[in-house]
Design a protein around this ligand. Structure first.
Ligand code: FAD
Length: 422
């Protein structure tokens, strides 16, 4: 049901168990290991882009919304911290020094490889992007250590958060939708074609994943010295329980699985790109880089082995004008959503919102570049027919890491809920 997008885009929950088992046992542990490596944990992002859509944009003062960019930590000396924190602080500083080195990644490469990278950049197929990428060369872009800044409860809510979701659903989701009066775009009488309904499901799946994370890493208690983060079952129920959400909660969870399958499919398809000998997960630490590449290929082979892959060929089927126009609309709308992320006041939410939309954008770029990927083995190593930038690669895997973690968290919530009932 999930796995095949047909004309009716069935939303029945046929095989959630298969996905759960596959994710929790095969994908999740490998992915977590990969994402803790230097290549994937440092993400270059510009969190200071102005909001392009409205000007009455306030700064978020919530302390849990702050992002710890590496440069800030590095400005401080270990002695600045009270003794009980100095060990953690010196670790932070060490990690950030590594990130800075990554910043010099082009500087430490041989001339030949640097030229190759320039060449790759030139051939990066802008027109095929589904997402606005930040200018990596802008002085405003910084490396952020994702492990230092986990996605979790921040307290960002109310009219500001609603304005973002509203503008995504109402103006950028192909559907008449208001967060106050949610309609059901999956209903076959919604008048939406299969692509537009698929689009809605992706965004709704992303929204569900964010809300699962904030329920799973909720601020349970805090005092002067420490904060206690953990599962908040009532928060989860409020958002996903069938009765408490007028039946919407379970549909939103199914949209999460739908998003999972789309991103998994993209990983399975992109295997030839990463298998090329010329591809390196370059951080300058040769042995580690090789091990990471091995782990990445293992993960992609597992992704490819999944028996119930989503079939994207039903989307934008045909080469006629209408299908091309639809694909263009799809791309433009998705790009708009990635720009809306610059309007999110809470920096931590903006960071993960940007990363996840970029990651999904990369997945869509892969899914709809079949011809270029198929041509890959026949093209030269330095100028392959399909390219991904480092930012696209890091966001693709980290975004999938978020969705995979959400699927894993659902199992935790299920067992917490069944313990409560006993
Ligand atoms: P909201 O989640 O704000 O939802 C608004 C309305 O949208 C709901 O009433 C419902 O009608 C509809 N809706 C809800 N879920 C779905 C769905 N899955 N599919 C379709 N419709 C839906 N908060 C954090 O604590 N940590 C974060 O990291 C974080 N990141 C965020 C990132 C972004 C980009 C945005 C916009 C918000 C983020 N938030 C984060 C805020 C969080 O998503 C909620 O907006 C906030 O907790 C308020 O929740 P709410 O119950 O008012 O409903």
């Amino acid at each position: 049901c999930f796995c095949q997008v047909t004309g009716t885009l069935d939303d029945c929950a046929c095989d959630v168990e298969t996905i759960d088992r596959f994710n929790n046992k095969e994908i999740f542990p490998k992915l977590q290991k990969l994402l803790s490596s230097d290549y994937f944990r440092f993400y270059k992002v510009n969190l200071n882009n102005p909001c392009p859509f409205w000007t009455d944009h306030s700064q978020c003062g919530l302390k849990y919304c702050a992002v710890k960019p590496c440069t800030l930590v590095m400005l401080l000396d270990v002695d600045y911290f009270p003794p009980q924190y100095s060990e953690a602080a010196s670790q932070d500083i060490e990690e950030c020094e590594k990130a800075e080195k990554l910043g010099a990644v082009n500087g430490s490469l041989s001339d030949e490889t640097r030229q190759a990278l320039q060449e790759w950049k030139k051939h990066d197929d802008e027109s095929d992007r589904f997402c606005m990428l930040d200018d990596e060369d802008s002085p405003k872009s910084q490396y952020v250590d994702l492990l230092l800044n986990p996605e979790r409860f921040t307290g960002y809510k109310g009219p500001e958060a609603w304005r973002i979701w509203n503008s995504i659903y109402e103006e950028n989701c192909f559907k008449p939708y208001s967060v106050k009066r949610p309609l059901n775009p999956l209903a076959s009488n919604s008048g939406l074609c299969v692509e537009k309904r698929a689009f809605f499901r992706l965004i709704s799946g992303l929204h569900a994943s964010i809300n699962i994370h904030l329920s799973a890493r909720y601020l349970l208690d805090e005092n002067w010295f420490e904060m206690k983060w953990g599962h908040n079952v009532s928060e989860f129920q409020l958002r996903f329980d069938k009765e408490l959400t007028e039946g919407e909660g379970p549909k939103r969870l199914r949209n999460l699985y739908f998003l999972y399958l789309i991103e998994l499919r993209a990983l399975a398809k992109i295997l030839p790109y990463f298998e090329r000998p010329a591809f390196h997960l370059y951080t300058g630490q040769h042995t580690q880089d090789n091990e990471n590449k091995k782990l990445l290929l293992e993960l992609l082979h597992v992704a490819k082995s999944f028996p119930l892959h989503f079939d994207e060929t039903a989307l934008f089927a045909g080469n006629n004008k209408e299908a091309m126009k639809l694909k263009e609309d799809f791309k433009l709308t998705f790009k708009n959503i990635s720009r809306i992320m610059d309007c999110v006041e809470c920096f931590k939410c903006r960071l993960w919102g940007k990363l996840q939309t970029q990651g999904l954008g990369s997945a869509l770029k892969i899914l709809f570049s079949e011809r270029q990927i198929d041509a890959m083995p026949n093209t030269s190593n330095t100028n392959p027919s399909f390219q991904l930038s480092r930012q696209e690669i890091v966001s693709l895997f980290n975004a999938f890491g978020r969705i995979s973690t959400s699927v894993r968290e659902l199992e935790n919530f299920r067992s917490l809920l069944s313990n409560l009932k006993q």
